[in-house]
Design a protein around this ligand. Structure first.
Ligand code: NAP
Length: 253
């Protein structure tokens, strides 16, 4: 074993929604720290495959629509078969729907809750079972949000789902710590990705947001790498149930 507590050498990470945005940023950071990566999602992650391989690691693509629980068993079996184990799970895939709460539809409610919360829970459950069976230590990292802490506006299902992610992170940490599985979350602040394209394009909202970020800029997906590697590595073995903000200081204001 390497003496570097942040090394992920010989580890295998499953990262959902890694074709773009924050998932890509974290997949590349984990690969640079030494992990092979299963890239799970509904769009071909060509660019991420290239970046992971450039870091000298293996990239396995598992095509899956995470709007349902149906692909979960295949994600686990393919990763174990092709990469040998699952040591790290990053539940990153997620969506947002914007509308006034007074007009919000059941369809937009279910779409967001299904992927952001339901799939996150059941994928974690099955991965945790496979870690327990394999008697390996495990790391599960959920992607939360500023709206795990705050109410937000015009995104009721997103706020409900991300507040739920923070709660689930705590209960799963409580239950699975005894199995050597750490469950923690990262709460990204405002990052320039597809998820925030509407906010970036809205001049007024963009100015308001930037004015509140002490760091004075939108986050770049690479800004999440350090937190992801920390929570995936031995360095965080005694960290349990935490939701770590990576937000340029947004919550400190
Ligand atoms: P993004 O660029 O829109 O990426 C979202 C990822 O999730 C994409 O890979 C997307 O695939 C995937 N995905 C969505 N629905 C899916 C489905 N049904 N099946 C499989 N994959 C699916 O957004 P992002 O900003 O990187 O978001 C990543 C995570 O961070 C999300 O959980 C988001 O809520 C959270 N977050 C983002 C911010 C921010 O400021 N950007 C802040 C806080 C939290 P496609 O490309 O095929 O759609």
């Amino acid at each position: 074993m390497t003496s570097n507590p942040f090394s992920l050498e010989d580890k295998v990470a499953v990262v959902t929604g890694a074709n773009t945005g924050l998932g890509q940023g974290m997949a590349v950071a984990l690969a640079e720290a030494g992990a092979d990566i299963a890239l799970v999602g509904r769009s071909q992650p060509e660019e991420t495959v290239e970046l992971v391989e450039k870091a000298g690691r293996k990239a396995l693509v598992v095509m899956a629509d995470l709007g349902s629980l149906e692909p979960i068993d295949t994600i686990i079996s393919q990763t174990r078969e092709r990469l040998g184990s699952i040591d790290i799970l990053v539940n990153n895939a997620g969506i947002i729907k914007r509308n006034d709460s007074i007009d919000f539809t059941e369809e937009d409610w279910d779409a967001v809750m299904d992927i952001n919360l339901k799939t996150l829970f059941f994928l974690s459950q099955k991965v945790a079972r496979s870690m327990i069976e394999a008697k390996t230590r495990g790391k599960i990292i959920n992607i939360a949000s500023m709206l795990s802490y705050q109410g937000g506006i015009r995104v009721p299902s997103y706020t409900a789902s991300k507040s739920g992610v923070m709660g689930l992170t705590r209960i799963l940490a409580n239950e699975w710590a005894k199995h050597g599985i750490n469950v923690n979350a990262i709460a990204p602040g405002y990052f320039a990705t597809n998820n925030t394209a509407a906010l970036q394009a809205d001049e007024t909202r963009n100015k308001e947001i930037l004015g509140r970020i002490p760091a004075g800029r939108w986050g770049d997906p690479s800004d999440l790498g350090g937190a992801a590697v920390f929570l995936a590595s031995r360095a965080s073995d005694y960290v349990q149930g935490v939701t770590l903000p990576v937000d340029g200081g947004w919550l400190a204001r």
